[in-house]
Design a protein around this ligand. Structure first.
Ligand code: NAD
Length: 519
């Protein structure tokens, strides 16, 4: 039966909308099914990136609060892991409806805390919602294997059973989608889940856990703590946490992978990227340039699958003027303003870092074809805006090429042949995503076969797989064995228990025990 769409009276958004400027609301912890005010003395101010006004304050959870959260997960696992897969699936069905009904509220919160446009924020929620829908159908993937009669009266079968307490540490750029990469899979497979959302925009995550309770998820199945490095290290070290799912930058990912693995945990880390779009002369010019501009500057370039690097092959180098014109048509403004294409970047520090990387490119000899550094947005003069920026004649040794810029900056390289373009992409340490624009099937096939990147788009600029597949970034963009969601997500959140059983109609009793290896 379908549950009618109904909106949740989200306390998180309400408190943010009604806040009093002199005393912004606090972001709560989520412990045992309740929003709880932290007792900490350390708070992180969160600013609206379009105005730099404080919109909420996130606590750095105390050690006791973090212990309470793990304890809630650990205790609840005893009962939650015994619920039937079908009842857990029903919660996902209701959750899906509730998220759909509250899409606009979620998007408003994302735009306020993170800065992206409202339509893009809805996309953030939608891509997470697809994981909820897929997780609802993970039951058959959780089935084990069986072989009857491996010896006389002896059968072997295996189960995929949950791990126990699982944890996730998530980044600022997709505040709804990435918590939704982990929550649905972790809990429908019978685990409990501890989340530490980004300390820069935890609001969407808080709304999502509120909605989960509304969908009938029992208290304690999901708990949320806040904080920065100390909270992360707490998760890495805690003996009762069995796995960590991390999405974020390289430094944090490498640290978490090492520290979590050393503590005996299963760890998956999705990290930084430098995604290349390769333009072939036979491609549809207008379409390819539009796709490139959208994927480079959308979300102000703050997507791990942004096409931040373009390789123009052969005569496509003559398309550069057209590229510039299309980038100039984009409107830069606050994310909630109608018609905005490019919102602010997350913080003044992020803006400064982006501007410094642009300057380093100029100093190293790149051509600054379009400069978005000095943009001023009327009515939002204090916002962290950077306009679309294009650097051409970039070479692989330049800092702007080697580092992930994570802003609305497209770096352009030129190549004479497809082989040269493939060589450029494969020499880059990252392997998150790449795309080729071509009308030639053989070119596309060669590219797909020879490119050493985990997610490939053919005339598709941001090839994030739908969640019946997994998110398969590779090389420098990933550490671990199993990827997020899809079949690999099921493997990550379960372990195999194998049962060998002997049932005989009548027991034969020997006079002496046999000590030889049973064969
Ligand atoms: P971030 O690494 O700064 O933060 C991510 C999480 O790690 C946060 O919860 C934060 O509290 C924690 N953290 C940050 N620095 C830490 C440290 N030194 N030690 C321990 N914990 C730390 O990342 P971000 O800026 O929020 O997100 C942007 C980054 O995430 C980009 O590099 C982007 O490419 C990457 N990203 C990757 C994917 C992917 O699937 N590959 C998806 C989204 C974002």
């Amino acid at each position: 039966a379908t549950t009618p769409l109904r909106s949740v009276n989200c306390k998180v958004l309400k408190q943010c909308v009604r806040w009093n400027h002199s005393c912004p609301p606090t972001t709560k912890l989520y412990l045992n099914g309740k929003m709880v005010e932290s007792k900490t003395s350390e708070w992180i101010d969160l600013h609206n990136p379009a105005t730099n006004e404080v919109v909420t304050r996130a606590p750095k959870s105390t050690k006791t609060e973090m212990e309470d959260a793990v304890m809630a997960c650990k205790e609840t696992f005893k009962t939650w892991s015994k619920t039937s897969p079908i009842s857990r699936q029903q919660i996902m069905f209701r959750y899906q409806n509730i998220i759909k009904a509250n899409m606009k509220q979620l998007a408003e919160n994302i735009t306020m805390e993170q800065g992206k446009t409202l339509i893009d924020a809805e996309g953030d929620v939608l891509r997470g919602l697809q994981v909820v829908e897929q997780a609802a159908f993970s039951r058959s993937l959780q089935m084990g294997e069986t072989l009857q009669g491996v010896a006389k009266d002896l059968d072997i079968h295996s189960y995929r059973v949950p791990l126990g307490v699982t944890a996730a540490i998530t980044p600022f750029n997709f505040p709804a989608m990435i918590p939704l990469w982990t929550i649905p899979y972790a809990i429908t497979l019978g685990n409990t889940h501890l989340l530490k959302p980004s300390e820069r925009d935890p609001g969407a995550c808080m709304m999502l856990v509120e909605m989960l309770t509304e969908a009938g998820c029992p208290p304690g199945v999901v708990n949320v703590i806040h904080g920065a490095h100390k909270a992360v290290d707490f998760i890495c070290d805690h003996p009762d946490i069995r796995s960590i799912s991390f999405v974020g930058s390289d430094n944090a990912g490498k640290h978490i992978y090492k520290r979590g693995s050393e503590a005996g945990k299963r760890v998956q880390c999705n990290m930084g990227a430098k995604n290349h779009g390769v333009l072939m002369p036979d491609a549809n010019k207008a379409n390819s340039l539009n796709q490139l501009v959208g994927a480079a500057f959308g979300a102000a370039g703050q997507r791990c699958m942004a096409l931040s690097t373009a390789v123009f092959v052969g005569e496509t180098k003559n398309w550069i003027c057209d590229l510039k014109q299309r980038a100039q048509q984009l409107t830069v403004s606050a994310g909630h303003c109608p018609g905005t294409d490019v919102g602010p970047v997350i913080s003044p520090q992020a803006k400064q870092r982006i501007c410094e990387l642009i300057q380093s490119a100029v100093d190293e000899g790149a051509t600054l074809l379009l400069d978005g550094r000095d943009i001023v947005v009327k009515g939002y003069e204090k916002g962290n805006f950077v306009g679309p920026t294009i650097l051409t004649d970039v070479k692989p040794h330049m800092k702007c090429y080697k580092e992930e810029i994570f802003g609305p900056v497209l770096v352009v390289l030129f190549a004479d042949t497809l082989d040269e373009a493939i060589e450029i992409v494969n020499s880059n340490p990252y392997g998150n995503g790449t795309a080729i624009f071509t009308n030639n099937g053989a070119t596309a096939r060669k590219f797909t076969q020879e490119i050493d990147v985990g997610q490939v788009g053919i005339n598709v600029p941001i090839p994030v797989p739908l969640p019946m597949f997994s998110f398969t970034g590779s090389r420098g963009s990933f550490l671990g064995d199993c990827h997020f969601y899809g079949k690999q997500g099921v493997q990550f959140y379960t372990q195999t228990k194998t049962v060998t059983q002997l049932w005989r109609e009548s027991d034969v009793t020997h006079s002496k025990a046999s000590v030889a290896m049973p064969v």
